[in-house]
Design a binder for this molecule. Structure first.
Ligand code: ACO
Length: 332
C-alpha cells in the first residue's frame, strides 16, 4: 500500500449483548463443565443476543460509537461493509439495513463473508477504495449473532461462540502511516471443516435439513485447531514482510479470539511478551467476524494501543480463510 494514499483508522466502536451465559450455565444445558471449557479454550463466559436482537442491531450500536469516536457524521460515509456469517436474512444485505438506520444516505453498502477472517477482509477491501482515491470515508463492521446458528445440543461447538459487533471508520491519511499492509489467504479445500450445511442454494432449507440440524454450525474442531495454529503465525509474518517490518517491530497484537491455546501458539511464534497481546476471549468467547474489531476497540479505549504503535491484527476462519494486517496507529 506504499505507492498510493495512506488509510487510517480514525474511529472505533463496539457493542455486545447484555445477557451473560457462563460455563456453569452451559453445564446445565449439555454434558460439559467449567474446568473443561476453561482449560481447553480459555473461555469463561460469552454474551448472547435476546430473541429480538439481530446482527444489524449490534452493528448499528457499534457503528454509531465508531462514527462518534471519529468525529464525523453518518452522512459523510461513502461506503459501508459488514463482514458477517450471520446476516439478518439472506437479502437484503445487513449493510443496507445499517445504512438506513444510521442515516448514511450517500453510502454504498454490501456484506462480505469470510468467516472469522471477515473483518480483515473488510479492512482490506475498504482500505483499497480509499487508497485508490475512489472514496474518502468507509465504515467497516465485523458483527455476528452466532448464538442464532449454534446447536445448543452440541457440546463440541456450543461452548465456543458468542455475539457482538465491532466497527472502524477508515479515512485517507498521509502515505506511509495507518494501514501498512494486508495479507489475505484462503484454502477452500478445507471448507468442509467448518460449515453451515443447509439454507443455501445447494441444500435449501427443508423439514429434513432442519430435522438433521443442518441449519446449525458443524465443525471438525481438531482439524480447525491445527490449521489455525499454523496459519496465525504464517499470516502474521507475511503481513510484516509486506511492509518491511519484523516481529521485533510489533508493539501490540490483536489476534482473533477463538481459543487461548491458538493465541498462545501465535504469541510464541512471534516471540511476544504476554503484555503485548489483547485477550477478551474469557469474557466473550469466539464472536467470529466481530472478534478482532471488538478487541481492537477495547484495547484502544483501555489505552493499550497508543499513537505510533505498530499493531498487528490476525485472524483465521471458515472458508477456510485467514488475514493479517499491520497498522501504524495514528489516532492520538
Ligand atoms: N465439554 C466436555 N467435553 C467435551 C466438550 C465439552 N464442551 N467438547 C468436546 N468434549 C470431549 C470430546 O468429546 C472428546 O472426548 P473423547 O476423547 O472421549 O472423544 C474430548 O473432549 C476431546 O475433544 P477434542 O475435540 O479432541 O478437544 P480439543 O482439545 O481439540 O478441543 C476445541 C476442542 C476446543 C473445539 C478445539 O479443537 C478448538 O478450539 N478448535 C478450533 C475451533 C475454532 O477456533 N473454530 C473457529 C471457528 S471460526 C468461524 O469462522 C466461526
Amino acid at each position: 500500500m506504499s505507492s498510493v494514499r495512506g488509510v487510517a483508522i480514525v474511529g472505533t466502536g463496539s457493542a455486545v449483548p447484555e445477557r451473560v451465559l457462563t460455563n456453569d450455565d452451559l453445564a446445565k444445558m449439555v454434558d460439559t463443565n467449567d474446568e473443561w471449557i476453561r482449560t481447553r479454550t480459555g473461555i469463561c463466559e460469552r454474551r448472547i443476543a435476546d430473541a429480538n436482537t439481530a446482527t444489524s442491531d449490534l452493528c448499528v450500536l457499534a457503528a454509531k460509537r465508531a462514527i462518534a469516536d471519529a468525529g464525523i457524521s453518518p452522512g459523510e460515509l461513502d461506503l459501508i461493509i459488514v463482514a458477517t456469517v450471520t446476516p439478518d436474512m439472506m437479502f437484503p444485505a445487513t449493510a443496507c439495513l445499517v445504512q438506513d438506520r444510521i442515516g448514511a444516505t450517500k453510502a454504498g453498502a454490501f456484506d462480505l463473508s469470510a468467516g472469522c477472517s471477515g473483518f480483515l477482509y473488510g479492512l482490506a477491501t475498504g482500505s483499497q477504495f480509499i487508497a485508490a482515491g475512489l472514496y474518502e470515508k468507509v465504515l467497516v463492521i465485523g458483527a455476528e449473532t452466532l448464538s442464532k446458528i449454534t446447536d445448543w445440543e452440541d457440546r463440541s461447538t456450543c461452548v465456543l461462540f458468542g455475539d457482538g459487533a465491532g466497527a472502524v471508520v477508515l479515512q485517507s491519511a498521509p502515505a506511509g502511516a495507518g494501514v501498512l499492509s494486508v495479507h489475505l489467504g484462503a484454502a477452500g479445500s478445507g471448507g468442509d471443516l467448518l460449515t453451515l450445511p443447509a439454507g443455501g442454494s445447494r441444500r435449501p432449507t427443508t423439514a429434513e435439513t432442519v430435522a438433521k440440524r443442518e441449519h446449525y454450525i458443524h465443525m471438525s474442531g481438531n482439524e480447525v485447531f491445527k490449521f489455525a495454529v499454523k496459519v496465525m503465525g504464517e499470516a502474521s509474518l507475511k503481513a510484516l514482510e509486506k511492509c518491511n517490518k519484523t516481529k521485533e517491530d510489533i508493539d501490540f497484537l490483536i489476534p482473533h479470539q477463538a481459543n487461548i491455546r491458538i493465541i498462545e501458539a501465535a504469541v510464541k511464534r512471534l516471540n511476544l511478551s504476554p503484555d503485548k497481546v489483547y485477550i477478551n476471549l474469557d469474557r466473550y468467547g469466539n464472536t467470529s467476524a466481530a472478534s478482532v474489531p471488538v478487541a481492537l476497540d477495547e484495547a484502544v479505549k483501555a489505552g493499550k494501543v497508543k499513537k505510533g504503535d505498530v499493531v498487528l491484527l490476525v485472524a483465521f476462519g471458515a472458508g477456510l480463510t485467514w488475514g493479517a494486517s499491520v497498522i501504524e496507529w495514528s489516532k492520538g
